[in-house]
Design a protein around this ligand. Structure first.
Ligand SMILES: [Fe+2]
Ligand SMILES: [Fe+2]
Length: 218
């Protein structure tokens, strides 16, 4: 897959790198050193062209005005999805040690699945798209699509770009890898659980349908 030149990807300011690892410490649990560095480079690339200085600055929402957390930001969601997805893998490996699953791809994919929110949650992009959706579309590219672009530009494996694209509604139109399926359901579990627990703003839950009766906020 074509990607940016390695020299550009390796040029990550020390503070930015430290903040990425502070927000997503699970990156260090990725066993493949090269994959771990590609995840850091991808987040650095996505943040570089956005108004957000770090992952914990990105709003805590499934998409703008959709499953919006009452409090907390995006790093809580990414870490939670990573914990759930890896927990699913480890649960099945414990009882079915013969199953074929790439734990590193699940972990890296979970940590990168919403990497495109630097673009979709950018207030300037939102204002631009809302001003002339007839010209730009709304949004022009959802975070899943932009996220796949970032993953490929950063040199991440196709399997991670597939998770960035397939975790979201776009994934309903393609066949998903096993690792993507695990991340997709971990992502859904996180948001539906957060909503049911009363952690999301109720007026942002229309997509959850009639089954959702959120618990009152504590
Ligand atoms: Fe997403
Ligand atoms: Fe997500």
């Amino acid at each position: 897959m074509p990607s940016l030149p390695p020299a550009i990807l390796a040029d990550i300011p020390a503070t930015l790198r430290a903040n990425i690892l502070a927000d997503l410490p699970e990156i260090m649990d990725i066993q493949d050193h090269g994959l771990r560095e590609q995840v850091i480079a991808a987040w650095a690339l996505s943040l570089r062209d956005s108004p957000f200085s770090r992952i914990s600055d990105i709003p805590g929402e499934g998409a703008p005005n959709h499953f919006v957390l009452r409090q907390g930001t995006q790093e809580m969601h990414l870490r939670g999805v990573a914990h759930l997805a890896v927990g699913v893998v480890d649960e099945f490996l414990r009882n079915f040690p013969g199953v074929e699953v790439d734990r590193d791809i699940v972990l890296a994919g979970a940590l990168c699945h919403d990497i495109g929110k630097c673009w979709e949650c950018d207030p300037a992009n939102q204002a631009r798209w809302q001003a002339r959706p007839d010209k730009t579309g709304y949004p022009s590219l959802r975070h899943s699509v932009y996220g796949a672009h970032i993953c490929l530009a950063a040199g991440l494996p196709e399997a991670i770009a597939h998770i960035a694209l397939g975790h979201s509604m776009e994934g309903a139109h393609i066949a998903l890898s096993t690792e993507c399926m695990i991340v997709r359901w971990a992502d859904n579990s996180w948001w539906y659980s957060a909503a049911a627990l009363g952690l999301c703003q109720p007026d942002t839950l229309a997509a959850a349908g009639g089954m959702m009766s959120p618990r009152p906020a504590a």
